[in-house]
Design a protein around this ligand. Structure first.
Ligand SMILES: [Mg+2]
Length: 440
């Protein structure tokens, strides 16, 4: 042990910071005597954080209903559904996310099963995001409940190290939003992401640059951030199982297995990750609209246009892996007055048939007034990354069949072109609307 080194210490309870000669815990905080302290040589120099909400949906349900506090809670379910989130009590029984609900209930028969309230969770996700943005503009959301933050250069502004600012943030989120988050701090994204997973819930874990390679060596390659299932399969087949295996790999050899990504993945296994934190200026809404060549009054004519636009909108959502929680119908009357009607979904969607169902429901009352319209549009807002949408499996049987049909049609259209399959409604009404739809 090198006594000359100074090890940074930080109290997670009172926030006081200082240095000690050696990293041997346990220390008591000199100010508040708490033992909830973190000690690490690089603690005050690291700037990349990954913040992950703990059992997000389940924590929100407990926050909103204190009767659930000491009970095992599963969000998701239904006879055929899956677990979207399980609280920490349910996890003690072996319940995990994405597990079929029947299996979860077999392991934990006393669990309280709650239907997901996605629109509500999205609202709270935005509150948590606002807290993150108060620390740095460089926030890159990964899903509804996790994000990367780059705090380089914020020291002057916050008058403290990123680690101290993050500990304060963790307390603020807990006090203001009423849920806990776990924080991973590291020199880059991959290490920060792994760190946030090591000390859950309400955790704060640090992986420094100097220890990264040794820390990673015994870990399975699957821990590395950004290694997809296909890559993982190829690595296993070629005999690379641990990060040490990968770190020792010959780049030319591995290029035969992984192609041009080989060098990047070897570097990852050694704790090197140059990917920057990139705040996405994410679209707040996605919509398609069309102006007709002549005004339309009839429901059936407007309905045919709506169906075509929903198809286009769903395609855009799917290709950018987004789902939307609020569906908005827009109509422009012949006197240019604009009418909008919106409906919020419990489960965000990227499905044309669901958009069409909602759009049609919103359209019906507007066409009973026999008003001529010159434009129709359909859009979605409150967007989420589709990859976080485990709850899509919770649809009822009818939707499930229609989802499968839609997937089959997407596949055929992808191969043969959009016009190859049209509904009878669109076929008989193809004269309505210009085909030059506007997107936004
Ligand atoms: Mg989480």
């Amino acid at each position: 042990m090198d006594d000359a080194k100074s090890f940074a210490v930080l109290c997670r309870d009172c926030g006081s910071a200082g240095f000690v000669g050696a990293p041997d815990p346990p220390y008591d905080c000199v100010v508040c005597h708490s033992r909830n302290i973190r000690c690490h040589a690089e603690l005050f120099g690291l700037t990349i954080a990954h913040i992950d909400c703990d059992a997000f949906y389940a924590s929100i349900e407990k926050r909103d209903n204190p009767d659930l506090l000491n009970k095992p809670v599963i969000v998701g379910g239904g006879d055929r559904g899956v677990v979207a989130a399980a609280c920490y009590i349910a996890r003690q029984y072996g319940v995990r996310s994405a597990m079929p609900a029947w299996q979860a209930l077999k392991r934990c028969p006393d669990a309280v099963v709650i239907k997901p309230r996605m629109a509500h969770y999205t609202k709270i996700s935005r509150q948590v995001r606002d807290h993150m943005l108060s620390l740095t503009p460089l926030v890159q959301p990964l899903s509804i409940d996790e994000a990367f933050l780059d705090l380089s250069g914020t020291q002057k502004y916050h008058k403290c190290s990123p680690a101290e600012a993050l500990i304060r943030l963790q307390k603020h989120i807990n006090a203001d939003v009423g849920i806990t988050v776990s924080i991973g701090l590291g020199p880059n994204k991959s290490l920060a992401k792994m760190a946030s997973d090591r000390d859950k819930p309400d955790g704060f874990f640090v992986i420094g640059a100097a220890e990264a390679e040794a820390w990673l060596a015994p870990q399975p390659v699957s821990v590395l951030f950004g290694i997809g299932k296909a890559t993982l399969k190829k690595l296993h087949a070629a005999g690379y199982h641990s990060c040490a295996d990968l770190g020792a790999a010959d780049e030319r050899q591995l290029t035969k297995v992984l192609g041009s990504q080989a060098g990047r993945i070897i570097a990852l296994a050694k704790g090197i990750d140059p990917r920057p934190v990139t705040p996405e200026r994410a679209a707040k809404s996605v919509s398609n609209e069309t102006t007709f060549s002549c005004d339309l009054t009839e429901f059936s004519e407007l309905e045919a246009v709506l169906e075509r636009l929903c198809g286009k909108l769903a395609k855009r959502l799917k290709s950018s892996q987004l789902t939307g929680a609020t569906v908005t119908l827009k109509l422009k009357r012949s006197d240019h007055r604009i009418i909008t009607r919106a409906h919020s979904l419990e489960t965000p969607t990227d499905k044309a048939h669901i958009l069409f169902d909602i759009g049609r429901r919103l359209l019906v009352p507007e066409t009973q007034k026999f008003i001529p319209y010159r434009l129709l549009g359909i859009g979605v807002s409150h967007l989420n990354q589709a990859s976080s949408s485990l709850f899509l499996d919770l649809n009822d049987e009818v939707n499930d069949k229609r989802n499968r049909l839609e997937a089959a049609m997407d596949h055929l259209q992808g191969k043969l072109g959009d016009r190859i399959i049209q509904s009878g409604r669109q076929f008989s009404r193809h004269r309505t609307g210009t085909q030059n739809d506007d997107t936004a």
